[in-house]
Design a protein around this ligand. Structure first.
Ligand code: FE2
Length: 219
């Protein structure tokens, strides 16, 4: 059982931590995320072909992940139990969604698909992506693993190949990537593929219940 003094000390530490987090949030450049959201909205308003979405969208995402001064700590928190997918924004017509993907050391996805176009930008740390094809139902690697580092942007789509396995490349610290998908990705019916040929449907959902406020920032 904790002594009273220890309880008070922990409460004070928590108060100081919450105060520090609030101060941090106040100075975050959430306008950068707002610019990405506005940029994708304007791009998709033109109903472009997928090739143009990926090309111009990559530039928008590269603009965002070249800065690491905007992601609130709540959406950058690793979880020792599993990697986290935090929703940062979803278009009102679900034409696109933006998420932060947070990996603790040693964490990796299973082999999975997306069924929609996606862009992946590395904000912090490094990831290894291994792509697969399924010519006869069994997933087999079709290229060397690709290491993505801070500032890098990668693209995927069913047309290009959208089956992969992703892992944190860093053994001793979290990595964070920002993804933009051509749907409300947390609600998309997708599949996990095992090396014995099994196909398991899944819907990812999101780890968070509240979104960052990107509209009230005066920057
Ligand atoms: Fe993925």
């Amino acid at each position: 059982m904790l002594m009273v003094g220890e309880t008070i000390r922990i409460a004070l530490l928590r108060f100081e931590w919450e105060k520090a987090m609030a101060a941090t949030d106040k100075f975050l450049r959430l306008d950068r995320l707002r610019a990405l959201v506005n940029g994708f909205g304007a791009l998709l308003d033109q109903k472009p072909i997928e090739e143009r979405i990926l090309a111009e969208g990559s530039l928008l995402l590269a603009d965002l992940v070249r800065h690491d001064d905007w992601l609130p700590p709540a959406f950058a928190a690793p979880n020792v139990d599993r990697y986290q997918q935090y929703l940062l924004h979803c278009d009102s017509r679900a034409r696109f969604s933006v998420v932060s993907f947070v990996w603790a050391p040693g964490q990796a996805t299973p082999i999975h698909d997306h069924t929609v176009w996606g862009l992946i930008g590395i904000l912090r740390g490094s990831e290894i992506a291994q792509s697969y094809i399924r010519p006869n139902g069994l997933p087999i690697v079709n290229a060397p693993p690709c290491r993505l580092s801070e500032g890098d942007v990668d693209a995927l789509s069913p047309a290009l190949g959208d089956i992969h396995k992703v892992s944190n490349a860093l053994p001793d610290q979290p990595s964070i990537s920002i993804h933009v998908y051509g749907a409300d990705i947390g609600a998309v019916h997708r599949s996990v593929f095992t090396t014995d040929g099994a196909v398991k449907p899944f819907i990812s959902g999101y780890a968070n219940e509240a979104l960052p406020n990107i509209w009230g920032n005066d920057c």
